[in-house]
Structure formats: C-alpha cells, structure tokens
Design a protein around this ligand. Structure first.
Ligand code: C5P
Length: 237
C-alpha cells in the first residue's frame, strides 16, 4: 500500500505509516532560501542531508539526547516518532553570522563570549518572526518547564556537536533546532545538516553549508559531500 502524503515542505516530504505514532520522512533535493524567495535543487542533497542528520542523531542519542529517529530505511527515507511539534525554531549561535551579524552590526566570524539562543515562531506566512520567552509563554507555545528543557537540551547539543566537529576541523558557527512532544517528553526533531547548520572549515574558514547556495558561492554539492566525508569517511559520487 502507498503511504499517504501528509505534508510536503521545502526540503522534505512527510508520509503516514501503518502505525499512527510513526511517520516516514523523505529527503528531497530541493533547496530554498529567504523563506522560498530563491529556489533550486542541489544534486543528491536529500541523500547527503539524510546521512549527515542520521550521523548527528546517533552521536547525540549516545550522549543521552532524546530524539525522534527510529530507523533509517534507505538513502532518502527514515522512520520517526510522530511529534506534537513545538512551533519554534531554536537557533544557537557560537559565532556571529547571517541575520545576527546584520542585526547587531557585527562582522561575520566574531566569536560570542557565550552561546546565544534565539527563538523564532514557526510560521511561513509571517516569515518566522523572532520571539522571546515572554511571547512563547503568553501564546502557550510551550510551558515554562518545556522551555527550560528545550534550552538545556539545545546547549547540550551545541556542546556535543561543537566538540565533535572540532576533531573534524569544522567550526560550528550556528544552527537551528526543532523540538516536539511525545508521550509527555520533549524530543529533538527535524534535521541537522548543512541546510540548517553553519559549518566553517576551522583552518580556512571556508563555508561548508547552505550559505554557498544562499549567496551563490558555487561548489554547493561539494561542500555537503565534504561534510559527510569528514564525519563518516563516506564518499557520495
Ligand atoms: O539566517 P540566520 O543567520 O538567522 O540563521 C541562523 C542559523 O539557523 C543558520 O545556521 C541557518 O541555517 C539556520 N536557520 C534555519 N532555518 C531558518 C532560519 C535559520 O535552518 N528558517
């Protein structure tokens, strides 16, 4: 039986499965930037992001971070726990780049003296506006306890990923996380890939992430392949 398509996003398709508590995620090659203003495809991005994300989720899982991934089905598909999504994009920043550099008039590459957490309300129509804890609690998007847990998990994830990536000569500049509820617990969802993380080569500061697509820097596929290769040694032709 064909799985029913529940939702098609910018980079992924979500299908129902026979188990109402589980979903099938399919990673596409489509790429967008500026909330859909710029569109394109990145060859094999779906395969690369699936593999990179699964690597990080495995790493985080072993360090005690609870996440939605149940099983890798194939190069583009995974089985995940169906979360009741907290409608927030949680951004963690170690080094100024992108919208933070612009907003605060900082040069890209300036290190933050401590990690910065930002929240955006997940809403395409509004362009994912930035919100603070007061908005989140007033709007009931998360409880105080959930928010505390989300912040603690985010900082722990940052710590684990930063330390691991340094061993691969990659600096974790910033990244975006999404969380959801499952059986009364907060779980990490979504992905961890060059689409939603800024990865810079520690030596050359070369960008190994979606900024190559957003800013037309060229060698987009090669950057994604390089990240996978450094993480797992795998070469995607
Ligand atoms: O654009 P900005 O500098 O705010 O992005 C910060 C981080 O969050 C980047 O790593 C970017 O890839 C990620 N992000 C994302 N999805 C968004 C906004 C930001 O993955 N909608």
């Amino acid at each position: 039986m064909e799985n029913k398509l529940l939702y098609e996003g910018k980079a992924k398709k979500i299908f129902a499965t026979e188990n109402p508590d589980e979903l099938l995620v399919y990673y596409k090659d489509d790429a967008t930037a500026g909330n859909g203003a710029k569109k394109g495809t990145i060859a094999d991005k779906g395969i690369l992001n699936n593999k990179i994300t699964n690597f990080f989720f495995d790493l985080l899982g072993k360090a005690g971070i609870k996440h939605h991934l149940i099983k890798v089905l194939n190069d583009r598909e995974i089985l995940v726990k169906k979360l009741d999504i907290v409608p927030l994009e949680v951004i963690i920043r170690n080094v100024a780049a992108g919208s933070l550099a612009k907003r605060l008039g900082l040069e890209e590459g300036v290190k933050m003296s401590r990690p910065v957490i930002e929240f955006c309300y997940k809403c395409d129509d509004l362009g994912d506006p930035m919100v603070n804890r007061y908005h989140i609690l007033a709007m009931g998007w998360a409880t105080e306890e959930e928010l505390k847990q989300i912040e603690e998990m985010s900082l722990k994830i940052n710590d684990i990923m930063t330390k691991y990536l340094v061993t691969k000569n990659i600096d974790l500049i910033d990244f975006k996380l999404e969380f959801g509820r499952y059986n009364g617990e907060i779980l990490l969802g979504d992905e961890l890939s060059p689409d939603n993380c800024r990865f810079w080569d520690s030596t050359t500061h070369e960008k190994l992430d979606k900024d190559r697509f957003r800013r037309d820097l060229g060698n987009v596929e090669d950057a994604y392949k390089e990240v996978l290769h450094r993480l797992t040694g795998e070469v995607v032709k």
